[in-house]
Design a protein around this ligand. Structure first.
Ligand code: TYD
Ligand code: MG
Length: 453
């Protein structure tokens, strides 16, 4: 029976029977492509003869505690994984082309190999000689890593079956090609089939697998989202091209906290771990300048200080500009609205630019107060004291809400030489020696005190 073509959305993986310009389920434009369905055996109405095995949960309880995680020794990576690599786990590492994924994973593979784990690095993008050159540049030539330049899934699985490594890297999933699927490598069906085959095979064999995935312009892992659902852990490798920092961020982790980040610095000989990221992100700070505010944030389990920079200038446009880098645009509009409605400070007729220094992306609502401070400081052209950190969430009423882990944030600030902090008045009372606390119950009080408005 000839199969009808079906249409698949490359953004969300939804199927439809006809092409359309816009996906009905996710609303994405121009994301629908034609695909042949996955081949499978003849349809049969009767039940299968093989029974899927099931086990009573309590019978599992007698087993020993789970096998220990393996650490690579790259602390930034181990922490993002939730404390090391879980045996037989599947991990997806996504990121823009050229951001440094292959470099990171070659270093990680070598680190695991040096710790005695059998590792295979499969590259579908580079020839063995190129990988060798890269390894030489990264000083990894002595690491007992097996290298394979291969794209055929069947060959890769055969190799894995014979070699039984503890860890395999697939760089990248978009270059893999399953010969039982009709469409071209990189297509949704190929990516999905390859990811499925690899992860299920690896789980069966007790092999950990790390898939590398390229990210599309709009920030999604190319191919359907379903790959993210197939794996245990999804990590994004991100950073601004002009900066030397790279951040490995856990967006999903079945074996550890999500939102955890690892910070790396790019060097001529590969990625170096950054053990004190706050110092790095603040290192470019100079003299006090209007529009700059230091936010004491938390990323995953770790406090992180970053600088918000704002610029407010008269606008020549009928609709003034609102430009944000590293922070949520909707949240900026909300803070501008609260400043206007609750504190009587209008931003109409003014262009507003907001930037997080160092190429970091912040998503915590606790940054609201630091953003407001940066905006006001820029608007009033007065600098905030350089030895002060700020955090707190702003509600629509203008009230300030306490942020989680206040004490950790303050401790980090004190460690880095800050002497005062502006924080919401709610929350646990803490006492950090050497750090004076300025507490405010609402935004109006803060604005009145700091800017005399
Ligand atoms: P690469 O790892 O190939 O990126 P991806 O696999 O994500 O496409 O890195 C891109 C380029 O950057 C490559 O030419 C090597 C260079 N690079 C460094 O020189 N130092 C570094 O620390 C990193 C991460 C990359
Ligand atoms: Mg690469």
């Amino acid at each position: 029976m000839a199969k009808n073509p079906s249409f698949t959305c490359t953004a969300c993986g939804a199927h439809s029977t006809k092409w359309s310009g816009r996906c009905d389920s996710c609303g994405q434009w121009n994301s629908i492509i034609e695909e042949r369905p996955l081949s499978s055996g003849p349809a049969s109405k009767s039940l299968g003869t093989r029974r899927g095995a099931s086990v009573t949960l309590s019978d599992l309880g007698t087993q020993e505690s789970p096998p220990p995680r393996s650490e690579s020794g790259l602390n930034e990576l181990d922490r993002v994984l939730g404390g090391g690599l879980v045996p037989a786990s599947a991990i997806l590492v996504g990121g823009d082309p050229g951001i440094g994924k292959s470099t990171l994973l070659l270093q990680a593979t070598a680190a695991f190999a040096r710790k005695g784990m059998k590792t295979i690095y499969v590259s579908g993008e580079e020839a063995s000689a190129q990988i060798r050159m890269r390894a030489a540049r990264l000083n990894l030539m002595d690491a007992p890593v097996q290298i394979a330049a291969e794209t055929n899934l069947r060959d890769i699985l055969t190799t894995l079956e014979a070699e039984r490594p503890g860890l395999v890297i697939i760089d990248s999933i978009q270059t893999m090609w399953a010969d039982n699927v009709e469409s071209a490598p990189g297509s949704v069906s190929q990516v999905r089939a390859a990811a499925h085959e690899l992860t299920s095979f690896a789980k069966r064999m007790g092999i950990s697998v790390i898939l590398v995935g390229h990210v599309t312009k709009d920030g999604q892992i190319a191919g359907p989202r379903v790959v993210e659902h197939m794996v245990d852990t999804v990590l994004y490798f991100e950073g601004e091209r002009g900066h030397q920092f790279r951040i490995l961020r856990a967006v999903k982790n079945r074996f550890g906290p999500a939102d955890e980040i690892g910070v790396f610095e790019m060097t001529g000989s590969g990625l170096a771990e950054v053990t004190n990221p706050s110092a790095l992100f603040l290192s470019e700070r100079g003299d006090p300048s209007p529009g700059s505010a230091v936010f004491a944030g938390i990323e995953g389990t770790r406090p992180l200080l970053v600088e918000f920079q704002a610029l407010v200038a008269p606008s020549s446009l009928s609709q003034p500009r609102r430009t944000v880098v590293g922070w949520d645009g909707g949240r900026l509009s909300m803070i501008l609205a609260v400043l206007e409605a609750r504190c009587g400070i209008p931003f109409a007729g003014l262009d507003v630019y907001l930037n997080v220094a160092g190429g970091m992306k912040i998503s915590e609502p606790a940054a609201d107060l630091a953003v407001a401070a940066a905006l006001l400081s820029a608007r009033e052209d007065t600098s905030l004291p350089t030895d002060t950190v700020i955090f707190g969430e702003i509600s629509l009423s203008g009230a300030l809400r306490a942020a989680s882990q206040g004490e950790n944030r303050l401790k980090e600030a004190q460690k880095l030489g800050f002497t005062s902090a502006i924080i919401p008045s709610g929350g646990k009372s803490v006492d950090i020696p050497g750090l004076s606390l300025n507490r405010f119950g609402d935004l109006t009080g803060f604005v009145g005190d700091m800017f005399g408005a």
